[in-house]
Design a protein around this ligand. Structure first.
Ligand code: NAD
Ligand code: MG
Length: 407
């Protein structure tokens, strides 16, 4: 049987929740994957441990002081990893010729430049960083088409949709994929949502929600930002926009379904009435293993799905009144152009302020709505334009946060 060169993988956001799941899958398959680069924002101690285990060629630490600390410890242990620092270093590594695959696991708009660079360089890009696609959906997908980049979703719902699309996913000669006849054959794509920790909480008490309560997700263990996004359901709104761009379908064909058990991750309804669903334990190693190995399969380390133990799977319609962020995201998707970019920027500012206890939970949608109303709708023609709009929106959002500041 053919022995192939291992794929060399750069894990961006290696110290995060996605990074940990990705490294756990990679570690099971040393003959298939080598870790060529890892990155962190400033937590160098966990990155040092990762370097000890995986011995990557590069470690990127955005914060220069933390980079120095890591450099000193690597030198003391005689480890071969070269430490790069600064936000541009991620872009450099994303473009490096000895990187085959980039796991885009940085959180938020901060991940846009490196995600875009990997796409423009024609890499295989495993996309967790949904914010990049929300900010520059048209640009990123068009760039991927031109560069030959292979964009594989690891957001669980989108990975599930990709799998349920079955034979409509046609592999291209360059090793990528495209959808064939999706418009005719698909009636709708359905993204499930757990509904988060506040699905049944009295909305009259939303003002007093603490960061601890918001981050205690019932079914998934994730980073803080996406946990708060799940609590407001902005996460599902961002995912609707992500699905539009990944699969090239209009907003009207994409639906959200509440499913508190997080066992069914997505469904594709076809024109003949068939509905295909993807089920698994809620464990990010499942979609990550799928995307790493695609179009083949490898083990992920996740538990086998025990439907007998789970017994009941329930479904309900989303409540847009309880979760105004979901409505705002649908509206921004409908408006198009830079509206999703503004939505994302304002959301990041509001969520950060909430996590720092400077903004009440129920003000998060208010900050986003006010910011959307203040920024004119223009086209997003380049990454630079996206980042400028992002900055302008952040400034407006910060004003609303300080106006409504608590403590
Ligand atoms: P996390 O907070 O656990 O980790 C974030 C990572 O990004 C860390 O390694 C951190 O060092 C790095 N980082 C943070 N700010 C940075 C900056 N300014 N510059 C460079 N690096 C920076 O987040 P996460 O939960 O792993 O989520 C990562 C991304 O994956 C997000 O876009 C999220 O929406 C998406 N995602 C996560 C999950 C999940 O289960 N955690 C599921 C689906 C999608
Ligand atoms: Mg998801």
């Amino acid at each position: 049987h053919g022995s192939v060169m291992p794929q060399s993988v750069a894990v961006f956001g290696a110290t995060g929740s996605i990074g940990a799941s990705a490294l756990a899958v990679i570690r099971r398959h040393p003959e298939r994957f080598t870790v060529v680069a890892v990155s962190a924002h400033r937590r160098w101690a966990p990155l040092l441990e990762i370097c000890q285990t995986f011995r990557p060629r590069w470690a990127v630490v955005v914060d220069p002081d933390a980079a120095n600390a890591l450099r000193a410890h690597l030198a003391a242990e005689d480890l071969p990893t070269e430490v790069l620092s600064g936000a541009d270093a991620l872009v450099t590594v994303a473009q490096a010729s000895d990187v085959d695959t980039v796991i885009a696991g940085v959180v938020g708009g901060a991940g846009l430049p490196s995600t875009y660079a990997a796409v423009a360089a024609g890499k295989r890009v495993l996309l967790a960083n949904k914010e990049a696609l929300v900010m520059t959906g048209a640009l990123l997908t068009e760039t991927a088409r031109r560069s030959g980049a292979v964009l594989l979703p690891i957001d669980s719902e989108h990975n599930a949709l990709f799998q349920c699309l079955g034979s409509l996913v046609v592999t291209t000669e360059s090793g990528g994929w495209q959808l064939k006849d999706a418009q005719q054959m698909i009636r709708r794509l359905v993204l499930t949502a757990s509904g988060g920790p506040f699905r049944t909480r009295d909305p009259g008490t939303f003002a007093s929600i603490t960061p601890e309560e918001a981050c205690a997700h019932p079914t998934w263990s994730m980073g803080q930002k996406i946990s708060v996004d799940s609590a407001t359901m902005m996460n599902k709104g961002l995912e609707v926009i992500e699905a539009m761009w990944l699969f090239g379908l209009p907003l009207e064909r994409i639906e959200v379904l509440i499913h508190p058990q997080s066992i069914v991750h997505a469904l594709v309804e076809y024109c003949d009435g068939s509905v295909l669903a993807h089920l698994s334990e809620p464990d990010m190693r499942v979609p990550i293993a799928h995307a790493l190995a695609w179009p083949r399969r490898i083990t992920s380390g996740a538990s086998w799905l025990a439907l007998v133990v789970r017994e009941t799977l329930t479904f309900a319609a989303p409540d847009f009144d309880r979760f105004p962020c979901l409505r705002l995201a649908f509206e921004a998707a409908r408006t198009g152009d830079c509206a999703p970019t503004v939505l994302n920027a304002a959301n990041e500012v509001a969520v950060a302020a909430f996590l720092e206890r400077r903004l009440a939970f129920d003000r998060i949608p208010a900050v986003i709505a006010e910011t959307l109303a203040e920024i004119p709708v223009t086209a997003v023609t380049s990454v630079e334009a996206a980042l400028a709009i992002d900055q302008a929106a952040r400034e407006k959002a910060r004003r609303w946060v300080s106006r409504w500041s608590i403590g």
